[in-house]
Design a binder for this molecule. Structure first.
Ligand code: ADP
Ligand code: MG
Length: 604
């Protein structure tokens, strides 16, 4: 026998094909979700154990399958979605290659239950490593439920290639989010290891984005809408000031299919040009709708890459649409500023009557010692603390400021002089006179600097003061955030947060740092978690700085807030006790100085 070529048995062919389609648990989830979408489901539940390695279950209320179809669906190239090659140019369904189920069944233990809405009984099918195990008539809910157990149980090489649970879990969440964003009208939930990670109601895109990424997204989104003869674009881009240091929230959907496309990405980035700080990335959630005949989605087995027949026009339209939205949004910055100043006032300050500050002078008081037993009041009252130099650290004004910024900028004898010039300008800057000229101080940036250094000291030296809550607050988090809170537990504690675990995803806040206004707790904890989640490496390397930065930014008083003379005075005094008073933790200038000489030149 000299002929050596043989046809591979189907089971082997399927296993090889599976390698292309199913690389990890998340790829199986993607296929199952897409099938549920194609089946017209209005509700999809996902249940995951061990990041999908041991169990991956998808339950939909879609059209279901007849007994024959149920059996056929696991055959390779078995699809209900196309009949001829011509259909390839009019595809609106997610699947069409008919290989996902065959691939999954080749490498896992699969149990499927399915019933059509107009049939009384359903079908159960069990397949293990492409080997048919059993088929039964069962009573089950209308729709289809797939449970995939022990993925890659018969392909150890693949199984060993899987990453840690947390990495695979992240992939699962990514796939889930992509479908969730593409189909806001489908109610979707995700449970991982018994914990509910997402429970998303049916709604519109904005509601879905907020449900997935958090309430703070509501004010971050700028709508994009453009109709042309070639394509329609809808969706949102993130306001430039919320741009992230990491890529991540960048979503392109073409005919509701998530795609990765460097060329389109470039088009959007181009539109953001100059609006973004260096090394930060825009967020976008853009939906292109285009005649399926003008694209080819068949170029990659996982269908995440796409080819447009007229890609240059697509590029130009996307770029112009995003540019236009950003332009429209930035015509009203003044209004935005006004609104923000009201909204950002801590709750306690919005409702409480204005109280005159009181000053107790304690001659033994050492401002550098933070006594944990002293309860600090809410709000900004700690600005009123009398800050005096430590005797062993004589003050020398020049040592506080970089020489090139201001020379002898220290306010003239601030500790004693009561007629020091202090004027609040546009509820935003403080004007004061110094020996060599004048100083303009940004009130928000100054307070941010003061708080940043205070928090940093707290984190590095001793626990911060705790403001006990009269009424402990119960806060719920999604599973990912709850895990992050546990990881960051010690730092939260150092800063003065008293958080106790009530259940897997519920925490009780018993105390907070005194600077926090009432009602700000959740927002601030979330902003820390967000920073942690998206800038993980940076956060880990500079944990205390990152923590202090977020907290300072959120708790610092804002532009738009009226300050009394005393408040201004203490703000200025405290600023000059900072190690680096001239710049905010983000490196923005805190103050601008004009020397008498510079002024004289201007009046020449
Ligand atoms: P494709 O989606 O490319 O057609 P699949 O292997 O993913 O291929 O699925 C094969 C067929 O099984 C589908 O065409 C569809 O008819 C049927 N099917 C799969 N999943 C479901 C589901 N959740 N509900 C109803 N029918 C389904
Ligand atoms: Mg499919």
């Amino acid at each position: 026998m000299s002929d050596i070529i043989q046809l591979l048995p189907d089971s082997v062919a399927n296993q090889i094909a599976a390698g292309e389609v199913i690389q990890r648990p998340a790829s199986a989830l993607k296929e199952l979700l897409e099938n549920a979408v194609d089946a017209g489901a209005t509700s999809i539940q996902v249940i995951i154990k061990d990041s999908g390695k041991s169990l991956l279950q998808v339950i939909d209320n879609g059209c279901g399958m007849s007994m024959t179809d149920a059996r056929l669906s696991f055959e390779r190239h078995a699809t209900s979605k196309i009949r001829s090659a011509d259909d390839l140019f009019a595809i609106r369904t997610m699947g069409f290659r008919g290989e996902a189920l065959a691939s999954i069944a080749a490498i896992a233990q699969v149990e499927m239950k399915t019933r059509k809405h107009d049939e009384e009984t359903g079908t159960l099918i069990e397949i293990e490593g492409a080997r048919f195990v059993r088929q039964e008539t069962v009573s089950c809910a209308a729709g289809t439920s797939f449970s995939i157990k022990n993925l890659f149980f018969n392909v150890p090489a693949r199984r060993n290639f899987l990453k840690s649970n947390s990495v695979e879990a992240r992939h699962i969440i990514d796939e889930f989010e992509r479908v969730a964003l593409a189909r806001p009208s489908i109610a979707m939930s995700l449970h991982q290891n018994g914990l509910e990670v997402f429970k998303l109601q049916a709604g519109n895109l904005r509601q879905r984005l907020v449900a997935v990424f958090g309430a703070s997204y509501n004010e971050r989104l700028v709508p994009v809408e453009e109709s042309t003869s070639l394509l329609n674009i809808t969706g949102f881009v993130g306001k430039p000031e919320f741009a992230r240091k990491t890529r991540g929230e960048q979503f392109f959907f073409v005919n509701q299919r998530f795609v990765k496309d460097a060329y389109l990405h470039h088009a959007v980035s181009g539109a953001f040009e100059e609006l973004l700080p260096r090394e930060s990335y825009a967020s976008y959630f853009l939906f292109l709708d285009i005649d399926p005949g003008r694209i080819d989605i068949n170029i990659h087995p996982t269908k995440t890459e796409i080819k447009f027949d007229d890609d240059r026009s697509v590029y130009a339209i996307v770029r112009a649409a995003v540019k236009r939205s950003l332009g429209q949004f930035s015509v009203a910055p003044v209004l935005d500023f006004e609104r923000e100043s009201n909204f950002d006032l801590p709750y306690s300050m919005r409702n409480a009557p204005v109280q005159a500050p009181t000053i107790d002078i304690d001659t033994n008081y050492n401002p550098f010692r933070r006594d944990t037993s002293t309860q600090r009041p809410d709000g900004w009252q700690n600005l009123y603390e009398v800050v005096k130099p430590q005797p062993e650290q004589p003050l020398s004004p020049s040592s506080f400021l970089p020489e090139q910024t201001v020379l002898s900028a220290f306010p003239e004898d601030t500790a004693t002089q009561d007629d020091q010039l202090l004027v609040q300008i546009h509820l935003r800057y403080i004007l004061t006179q110094v020996k060599s000229g004048i100083l303009l101080i940004d009130q928000h940036a100054a307070h941010e600097r003061i708080l940043y250094e205070r928090y940093l000291d707290t984190l590095e030296k001793k626990p911060g003061a705790v403001q006990q809550k009269l009424f402990p607050l119960t806060l719920e988090f999604n599973a990912g955030d709850a895990a992050a809170i546990r990881e960051l537990g010690d730092d939260f504690k150092m800063l003065g947060f008293e958080l106790s675990e009530f259940s897997a995803q519920t925490f009780v806040v018993q105390g907070t740092p005194p600077e926090l206004g009432e009602g700000q707790e959740k927002e601030i904890i979330e902003s820390i978690l967000e920073e942690y989640k998206y800038n993980k490496d940076e956060f880990r390397d500079h944990r205390h700085e990152s923590f202090a930065k977020v907290l300072a930014k959120r708790t610092a008083l804002k532009a738009g807030q009226r300050l009394s003379r005393q408040e201004m005075k203490h703000l200025v005094d405290e600023l000059f006790f900072c190690r680096k008073p001239s710049s905010s933790p983000d490196g923005k200038p805190v103050l601008v100085s004009l020397s008498l000489e510079e002024l004289a030149v201007k009046f020449k």
